[in-house]
Design a binder for this molecule. Structure first.
Ligand code: HMG
Ligand code: MG
Length: 283
């Protein structure tokens, strides 16, 4: 078993999307440029969604145009539909992500579609991405708990994961959107998903609302997961998930993993600098 665990930095997207203050493009670019020096291989920093739904992300193309692209870093963007994919391609995102939900309530609130409708909407995105040679990650929200529907059955998560994987997503990121998962519910969910997606192609995406994200990371490591999404400074939340706090802080996850003898390949001094920058950007 490899000793390496990858942290996928999502702060400039999942973190900033929820900030009320209209953050200037120059500040967003400065944060991404700083993160580019930390040693990440993937940084999610753009989202081509409706600006009416998430105004903060309306500057995504400008941010992509302004960053200094570091060698070996893949700059990622969320794309809810074909229009978003075309915009991401024009802005030269290196990879994109489609995002669905394991619960109907959150699917409706977040992307205005049932789960089945959202999966149908992703098909043309996958087709266009294949033609353009762009790889696609798949997110599933509410993998243990939903702010609208309550607890979510592992079989329901496995159903959506199966569909995303069969569609061609290279990795399925499993989101505890409102940070209510426990090591028990996370383990049960991972066990169901591992029947349909190889564990090497799963990622954990834990929001830290109840302060249990690190325990949930440990439970996921136990199940064989080796990629975790995190946001510097613990930025974020989801505008359509009431009560959702930020993602687990990158620096916290990093220190926790190092203490357990894992290697993340990240530069701690740069993480500290980026975390300070991200906190200063908060409204
Ligand atoms: P809709 O209203 O059903 O779609 O929204 P529509 O096709 O009827 O379009 C409505 C308007 O949006 C139209 O404009 C479209 O042109 C425009 P209008 O005629 O009203 O002026 N539009 C777009 N504009 C820019 N880019 C686009 C685009 N598509 C349509 N791509 C839609 C459906 C999916 C667009 C909307 O619901 C939406 O944008 N939702 C995004 C919500 C979001 O970004 N949430 C946060 C990200 S997910 C998350 O944080 C969870 C995650 O971190 C994992 C976890 O923690 O669980 C990933
Ligand atoms: Mg999230």
């Amino acid at each position: 078993m490899t000793n390496h665990i990858e942290i996928f930095e999502v702060g400039p997207r999942d973190g900033l999307q929820n900030e009320a203050r209209n953050i200037p493009v120059s500040e967003k670019i400065a944060l991404v440029d700083c993160l580019s020096q930390a040693g990440f291989s993937r940084i999610e920093m753009a989202s081509f969604v409706s600006p009416k739904w998430v105004p903060q992300m309306a500057s995504s193309a400008e941010v992509l145009a302004g960053i200094k692209r570091a060698k070996g870093v893949s700059y990622a963007a969320l794309t809810p539909n074909l229009r978003g994919f075309e915009d991401a391609l024009a802005a030269r995102a290196d990879e994109v992500a489609i995002f669905g939900s394991a619960s109907e309530g959150f699917s409706r609130a977040n992307i205005n579609a049932t789960i089945a409708e959202s999966l149908a909407r992703f098909v043309p995105v996958m087709q266009a991405a294949k033609e353009a040679g762009i790889r696609v990650r798949g997110y599933i929200s509410c993998v243990t708990d939903c702010p609208y529907d309550g607890s979510v059955a592992p079989a329901q998560v496995a159903h959506v994961a199966d569909q995303l994987f069969k569609m061609g997503c290279y990795e399925v990121s499993l989101g505890d959107t409102i940070g209510q998962g426990t090591p028990e519910t996370v383990s049960a969910m991972l066990s169901a998903v591992s029947d349909v997606v190889p564990v090497q192609q799963m990622a954990g995406h834990f929001h830290d609302t109840a302060g249990r994200a690190l325990e949930n990371i440990d439970a996921s490591i136990e199940a064989g997961v080796r990629v975790f999404d995190a946001a510097v400074g613990g930025l974020g939340g989801c505008p359509y998930a009431p009560g959702a706090a930020g993602n687990v802080a990158t620096e916290l996850a990093h220190d926790h993993l190092i203490k357990q003898g894992y290697d993340t390949g990240l530069n701690r001094d740069v993480l500290t600098k980026a975390a300070d920058m991200s906190r200063a950007m908060r409204g």
